[in-house]
Design a protein around this ligand. Structure first.
Ligand code: SF4
Ligand code: SF4
Length: 453
């Protein structure tokens, strides 16, 4: 059995509403809004203009930097606008709007190479880059960058099928319905990193998926082993998963590659297979639509760029008592205010809440119980970090390693005083980054002034 990581919590997984529901295809949307930023890194540059005809899989936004990922049309039709549109981050973001011709015409260039088995590591990485693959468990870091920065350093490849956040079942269903794609991706990652055994990590509440993947590993004689992990949130966070599988701990400020690990989500792994063997870039993804406010919870296969409203409509709409709609899970997701915002490559869930889940306090107060410290998987001290941020003590906040906070929300979940801990840390981290950027700009300006003299 795998090792444990420090801290963590055991929330009710709330997955029963959708974990037995097969993936359904969303009825084709009339329009999609494809944002140029759905990944960590530089936003893409649109490479189509109003009036252009596009096909499914055609590139509509090109990567503008090394840390970026191109974006592709998810439907065929006419580009009706290239302009800023509301994004799931709540702000307008440059987007390509496509009106559907309902022909689903595939891009003639989206074809696989002639002999995929003979590709070199460089060629495989290039296909991953051109296919716009990013961490599809929600992290959205460009996969080609993760691969190229890990080459020569990584001895352990981990496929993340833990899906530890409550309600979300999109990865679970993908493992049950497309195991061959995942195993195909596992073989490619083993080849890329030159390892003879890839770890596929699945939490125990998805035992049927673990059993099926084990069977496929045997059938395919794939270089892989399936590790079943005890359920504990945030097991799916990559640093915690590395510790669960290898016992190694990522140092503060470090990445998994620093301890010889590379972690890929199961759907990302399948996307690598689809890109290499089918020639398909990332155009669709499975989204779990669930929560007490949803009339008919489902797992839906959706074109990227579909407005949230269409997903909710396909699930019988929301109940009138619904008070909150989120993109992502209840622990790490973001509240959505505009149902026209599109789903992105990292959108694994849309949740609506209508019950008594809201546990806000008008006057949140710390009772110094220390529970937040005991559950923090990053060994941080949320109680003190909260006080520093509230008092504007950014230097102390930085020294308390707030930048190592993975925003898992475990402290907020456990806090009996109902303090908005994770929200405060998000703000605090942003303030520190802003202060760093301002200091860098001031130093550069001073250096230029000195040079001019
Ligand atoms: S869990 Fe909440 S109440 Fe308890 S010490 Fe931490 S911040 Fe204070
Ligand atoms: S949100 Fe940050 S501080 Fe809170 S438990 Fe998670 S890692 Fe620790």
């Amino acid at each position: 059995m795998a090792q444990a990581f420090f801290g963590g919590i055991h929330p009710n997984d709330m997955k029963a509403a959708t974990n037995k529901k097969p993936i359904e295809k969303l009825p084709p949307p009339a329009r999609v809004v494809i944002p140029m930023s759905m990944h960590i890194g530089a936003p893409c540059k649109p490479c189509v203009k109003k009036g252009d005809q596009v096909t499914v899989g055609q590139m509509v936004g090109e990567a503008a930097a090394f840390v970026s990922a191109p974006v592709h049309a998810s439907i065929s039709g006419t580009v009706v606008a290239v302009e800023p549109r509301i994004h799931f981050n709540g702000l307008p973001v440059m987007s390509v709007v496509i009106e559907n011709d309902f022909n689903d015409t595939p891009c003639p260039e989206a074809v696989p190479p002639e002999n995929p088995d003979s590709l070199t590591v460089e060629q495989l990485t290039d296909i991953v880059r051109k296919s716009g693959i990013v961490g599809m468990g929600g992290a959205t870091f460009p996969t080609s960058v993760k691969i190229s920065s890990g080459l020569g350093k990584v001895d352990t490849v981990i496929i993340n099928g833990s899906e530890c956040e409550p309600y979300i079942t999109s990865d679970h269903r993908y493992m049950l319905e497309y195991p061959e794609e995942i195993i195909g991706g596992v073989k490619l990652l083993a080849k890329i990193f030159g390892v003879d055994k890839v770890h596929i990590a699945v939490e125990a509440n998805k035992q049927n998926a673990a059993d099926l993947l084990r069977l496929k590993v045997e059938e395919e004689k794939a270089p892989a082993v399936v590790d079943v992990l005890h359920c504990r949130y945030p097991q799916g966070a990559e640093k915690q998963l590395c510790q669960s599988i290898t016992g190694r701990q990522v140092p503060p400020g470090g990445l998994p590659a620093a301890i010889g690990c590379a972690v890929f989500n199961v759907v990302t792994t399948a996307a690598i297979y689809r890109a290499v063997y089918l020639g398909k870039p990332v155009t669709h993804r499975v989204v779990t639509v669930s929560g007490s406010g949803v009339n008919e919870p489902k797992n839906l296969l959706c074109p990227i760029g579909t407005p949230i409203r269409e997903l909710l409509d396909a699930c019988g709409g929301v109940k009138k008592e619904t008070f909150k709609i989120m993109m992502g899970g209840p622990m790490m997701g973001h509240v959505q205010y505009d149902m026209e915002a599109p789903i992105g490559k990292g959108t694994n869930a849309i949740l609506a809440f209508a019950g008594d889940e809201e546990r806000t306090e008008e006057y949140p107060a710390c009772i110094r119980c220390g529970k937040c410290v005991s559950v923090c998987p990053m060994h941080l001290q949320p109680v003190f970090m909260y006080q520093y941020e509230r008092a504007g003590k950014l230097e102390e906040l930085e020294k308390a390693n707030v930048l190592d906070c993975i925003e898992c929300g475990a402290c907020t979940y456990i806090c009996p005083g109902r303090l908005h801990l994770v929200q405060t840390f998000r703000t605090g981290k942003q303030k520190i980054m802003n202060a760093r950027a301002a200091a860098k700009a001031a130093a550069e300006a001073a250096a230029k002034a000195a040079e001019a003299k």
